[in-house]
Ligand binder design. Structure first.
Ligand SMILES: Cc1ncc(COP(=O)(O)O)c(C=O)c1O
Length: 394
């Protein structure tokens, strides 16, 4: 635990401390904020949640933020709102976390797994266009690692008149051609506040939109489809009666967690600036490794810098690199194992026209290096040196 987000210059790491892949940055202020809610007499969804929604709406410049228990719950809600007939198809990049596709499966839709752009590993507009030509009913795109989807993805969906949901799990603070990613003109953006995300409430998320009807649906759907939530029913002036408007989910965000998110949000820009410093340091440290590529190749100014992903030189045995780095005290991760390689998806999903050659070509090469705001520049130097040694280039 830190008492404040560390300055990168304030490097107190030692060569013996492990460099952890991801760790929540929890300050004393966070503890106070959560404790106040625990003592307040109201710990489930209420005023903290409403305040978080208002703060995020201001930051994202979007009329509606609906806080949720997870990004997955937000995605489920966005898909439910589309109300597509069972068996409808939904395009999803194969390079993502499973919940980007399973949220649609739970509503009877059939995922069509699409290839990605070799530079960003984001949904490839040409692969999407070909799948749409063959018939797609909706699309879920992912702003992978915090880098915005290409504007062409929006255009292709708009031209075809099909709804497009943004999986923005990695993208709080990401900028694209519209400003900060917030679901402007799409079928909603879904954010995650999971433990490893740039802003965390432990578990949590939000659906953001400029569509009044989607927002009203989401407010009800996140709480079983009830017409009135507990905050509206149990307040002194509250109305106790409620109706059921849709077969919703239990997906609301409790105030205990909303308070943690709000406290983190107060220093979000500071945390983002530190992430950028760390990413730039990695890029400088690793620039000369022959055959190693960054994702994306050049730093994207609009990125939220959620993950530091590299593609190891061709022919590298990734498990050996991971093991050697672990021995040197540096933990890593892999984002992602493509969905089309998983047993269940092989049986129940289809792959888009043209297959997934890009995902296939990089899936054993991708490696995510430690990136979080408890790290210092010295930690990044150690992680970089460990990678060099593991590759035999030190
Ligand atoms: C791309 C992507 N989408 C969705 C999710 C699900 O987020 P949550 O755990 O908040 O449901 C994740 C989780 O890490 C993710 O990486």
């Amino acid at each position: 635990m830190t008492t404040s987000t560390p300055s990168p210059a304030d490097d107190q790491s030692t060569a013996t401390e492990p460099v952890i892949f991801a760790a929540p940055d929890i300050t004393d202020d966070d503890l106070v904020a959560v404790t106040e809610v625990l003592r307040s007499g109201w710990i489930t969804t209420g005023s903290e949640c409403l305040a978080l929604e208002a703060e995020l709406a201001g930051y994202l410049d979007i009329p509606h933020v609906v806080a949720m228990s997870s990004c997955t719950a937000a995605l489920e809600t966005a898909v439910a709102y589309l109300d597509l007939p069972a068996g409808s198809t939904i395009g999803v990049p194969t390079w993502t976390f499973v919940s980007s596709a399973l949220c649609a499966v739970h509503h009877g839709l059939k995922p069509v797994l699409l290839d990605v752009d070799p530079d960003t590993l984001n949904l490839a507009p040409d692969a999407l266009a070909r799948a749409i030509d063959e018939g797609l009913d909706a699309v879920i795109g992912v702003h992978f690692a915090g880098v915005a989807l290409a504007p062409e993805v929006h255009t292709v969906c708009a031209d075809a008149g099909i709804p497009f949901i943004e999986d923005a799990a990695h993208a709080l603070g990401t900028r694209d051609h519209r400003g900060r990613v917030a679901g402007q003109g799409t079928a909603g953006a879904c954010f995650s506040f999971y433990a490893t995300k740039n802003l965390t409430s432990g578990e949590g998320g939000a659906l953001t939109t400029d569509d009044d009807d989607l927002a009203a649906f989401a407010r009800s759907f996140r709480l079983h489809g009830l017409s009135r939530d507990a905050w509206a029913r149990y307040r002194p002036d509250g109305e106790a009666a409620y109706d059921v408007l849709a077969p919703g989910i239990k997906g609301n965000l409790p105030d205990v967690l909303a308070a943690l998110a709000r406290s983190q949000f107060q220093r979000f820009e500071q945390m983002q600036a530190l992430r950028r410093t760390l990413v730039q340091r990695y890029r400088a440290n690793l620039a000369d490794i022959e055959g190693l590529r960054f994702v994306p190749g050049e730093l994207d100014e609009g990125s939220a810098d959620h993950l530091m992903v590299v593609l190891l030189p061709e022919g590298t045995h990734r498990p050996r690199v991971v093991e050697r780095m672990r021995d040197l005290g540096v933990s890593t991760s892999v984002h992602f194992q493509p969905l089309h390689r998983f047993h269940w998806f092989q049986q129940h999903a289809q792959v888009g026209p043209g297959g997934t050659p890009v995902a296939e070509s990089v899936m054993f090469q991708a490696l995510s290096l430690p990136l979080h705001t408890n790290l210092t520049v010295g930690d990044v130097d150690r992680a970089s040196a460990a990678l060099l040694e593991a590759l035999g280039r030190s």
